[in-house]
Ligand binder design. Sequence first.
Ligand code: SF4
Ligand code: SF4
Length: 439
Amino acid sequence: MGQQGKHLNSIHVSHEKHTATCATEIMAIPETVCISMSQHIGAPCKPLVAKGDAVKVGQVIGDTDAFVSAPIHSSVSGTVKDIITMRNVMGGKDQMVVIEADGKQEVWEEIKPPVINDMKDFIAAMRASGLVGLGGASFPTHIKLNPKNLDEVETLIVNAAECEPFITSDHRLMLENTQYIIDGVLAVMKYLDIKMAYIGVEENKPDAIEKLNAVIKENGHENDIKVHVLRARYPQGAERVMIYEITGKTMNAGELPAQYGIVLSNVTTFAFIGQYLKTGRPLTTKRITVDGNAIAEPKNIIVPIGTRLADVAAACGGYKAEPKKIIMGGPMMGRAVYSDEFPLVKNNNAILFFDGPQALIPEETGCIKCGMCTRACPFNLLPVSMVEAYENKDADKLNKLKVMQCMECGSCSYVCPAKRPLSFTHKMAKAFVKEAASK
Ligand code: SF4
Ligand code: SF4
């Protein structure tokens, strides 16, 4: 497997993995949580509770009949204080169930390990668990694990690359919950009848590689689950990059891994599957990395979903400087948010609180035509030409330049000596091309 010596373009980014040796803590239950009804790609859920209702941990509080969806569960026991509509981090508006916690953390009576006899039961259990892609995409897992061409799928890939600076939550997961990862992998292999699995991990996590190999051996699966050691480069964890590096297959934007005989998901997703099959406890918490110069105690911490970012900060010693930039996710592909009042959602894996100097945006200067942006792009796109075409509002040219293949990884912006916001411009160019096509 893999293309010996052949790699896509990539860059070296400063790792800043300050929390890599911090064992994961569990956050104390906050006074209130604010649980969004839009935590997956697809139609939002409808609240199934009303103001004043008592709820328990793991109780279903939102669901919908829409095909692309996953139910939403309460992360605390307590009383529904309100159902509000609030602006989300994308700028749209979401319904949120606000729950006042009673601190008892009473577990919903209906929670029990799922009984699974076949693929149909397995997929139903995946939906009931509320699982969505935990690597960032929020695509409901029960759909991803049930591709139309399942009989052509022969390879399972576990994406355990954590190439964004600062983030170490997956690294800690691999060290602390290794058996759950392998249990999840084995369950998916069993029910989807997949014969071979690869866990893609970067070489800068030798302890995680060693632990995974040891647990695979303990389970007697050295022949069908292989740890594939990847270079510690960015953007190694991007789906299309991971697939190329492990299988040598080139996938285009808009295509699905199943078209190439592959099912791929993030390592956190597999660990959750392993845990859910054993306990029946749905997705109500998330392990995240909290870091940045504005936070007093950077750490890895398991947080109830729906916790306000301000409460997460307080659980990490509070602010030691005024946060000037808050990012949900990593600095390369995460989303900057304007308030610490936003609640944590299922696919968050990090919150970064940057102080003034760390948040400083360098001044942009003129392009010196050095070509570094092109050499950085994993897909050999031409960032300068795409920016030019966007400035000229030339949708045809943008299509010829394959702007829709851009995954907004930020590599071109990162290496640009003129500090041009190339990736951001590509994002706008993609929206422009989509809009032009819809007219
Ligand atoms: S942001 Fe787009 S153009 Fe820039 S390096 Fe990444 S994929 Fe290539
Ligand atoms: S890296 Fe920056 S300065 Fe160099 S060619 Fe690209 S846009 Fe111009």
